[in-house]
Ligand binder design. Structure first.
Ligand SMILES: [Zn+2]
Ligand SMILES: [Zn+2]
Ligand SMILES: [Zn+2]
Ligand SMILES: [Zn+2]
Length: 338
């Protein structure tokens, strides 16, 4: 087959070079996309990589090798079956066997030794006439090592009409003397800013902490505080963890698929969600990608990568050269480790 009009990233074949150029302008292929360990195809998400390796319509050669020595959790390929078995123990997480104390920890101390990255999760009870309005009633904040920084009940500022007891385990008396939601929100925001006034936070290299979670927009709205977007690592919005349809996966699904265990059965503790989101974040951060000096398509230095070239010039380039010039349209979490 003629490979001239074939995308060097996702291997899509085009009839005409101009169509490949159009494809490259909008695909934002990069080193940061999930890659097949066998044929090196670039995928937009781990879900599409999974489809490529496992099915429903896998690529036969890759499927065969993957079945033999691929890890069904991280989707990496190993040199031998033995290496795979050795790896799988470390890759496969289990739900913590309650080595931690479930108790309340409602003193959030400013403590700089606790590291730069924290994970937040809430549990909601219902408000409004039909109980469908989410009101935060419980919140948990942990550090990178899964230690609890803050774990407390929260008093909503509207009447609770449904305690959702089956999943929250929350009873009215737990909330009666709890701290009001606005105060809790402010406390957490102060902790995250870590001494920097929020309006002065400009970069991720300052003192302010990185906030990890799942569906943080909703949590922050319920806790009534804001935080800068560039310090937020949301497992519901990170493209490699999203569906091929570009919708979010649930945290329950992600934990099962990419960490290998079940969460959110029965009464739910926000600690468990914090841990799952933090583990997913750390796994994504640990990805071993080659990092360019300017990794983002939106970096000033890359603004013109495709725009400044005339169509005719691009059409004369090799697919590999175009891929080399292409940059990611999202911030890859591996960059947090550099
Ligand atoms: Zn492509
Ligand atoms: Zn990366
Ligand atoms: Zn492949
Ligand atoms: Zn693995």
């Amino acid at each position: 087959m003629d490979n001239r009009n074939k995308c060097a990233g996702c291997y899509r074949q085009f009839n005409k070079m101009e169509h490949l150029v159009e494809h490259m302008r909008i695909s934002y292929h990069s080193n940061h996309e999930p890659l097949c360990g066998i044929c090196h195809k670039h995928c937009r998400s781990f879900e599409s990589l999974r489809e490529h390796l496992i099915g429903p319509l896998p690529k036969a050669e890759c499927e065969r090798i993957f079945k033999d020595r691929g890890c069904d959790i991280c989707l990496n390929i190993f040199s031998s079956r033995h290496a795979l078995l050795h790896h799988r123990d470390k890759c496969h997480f289990s739900r913590r066997n309650n080595g931690y104390r479930m108790g309340i920890q409602d003193e959030l101390r400013m403590d700089n030794t606790r590291g730069k990255v924290v994970s937040l999760a809430c549990k909601m009870v219902g408000g409004g006439s039909d109980g469908s309005l989410d009101l935060c009633a419980r919140v948990c904040l942990i550090d990178e090592n899964e230690n609890i920084l803050f774990h407390t009940y929260v008093k909503p500022n509207l009447p609770v009409t449904n305690y959702r007891y089956d999943t929250t385990g929350i009873r009215p008396e737990y909330l009666r003397d709890a701290t009001p939601v606005r105060q809790v929100g402010r406390k957490i925001q102060d902790y995250l800013c870590n001494g920097e006034p929020i309006w002065q936070i400009r970069s991720r290299t300052g003192k302010a902490r990185i906030l990890v979670g799942h569906g943080l927009d909703h949590d922050l709205r319920c806790l009534e505080f804001e935080y800068p977007e560039f310090l937020i690592r949301d497992t519901a919005k990170y493209p490699p963890l999203m569906k091929t349809s570009k919708l979010s996966n649930s945290l329950k699904y992600l934990t099962k698929a990419y960490l290998g265990y079940d969460i959110q059965n029965g009464v739910q503790d926000p600690y468990e969600d914090c841990v799952a989101a933090m583990r997913l974040y750390k796994r994504m951060r640990a990805q071993d990608h080659r990092v360019e000096s300017y990794p983002l398509a939106s970096d000033q230095q890359n603004r013109n990568n495709f725009a400044s070239w005339r169509q005719a010039e691009l059409e004369r380039m090799s697919p590999e050269r175009m891929l080399d010039m292409s940059r990611s349209d999202y911030y890859c979490w591996c960059l947090d480790s550099k």
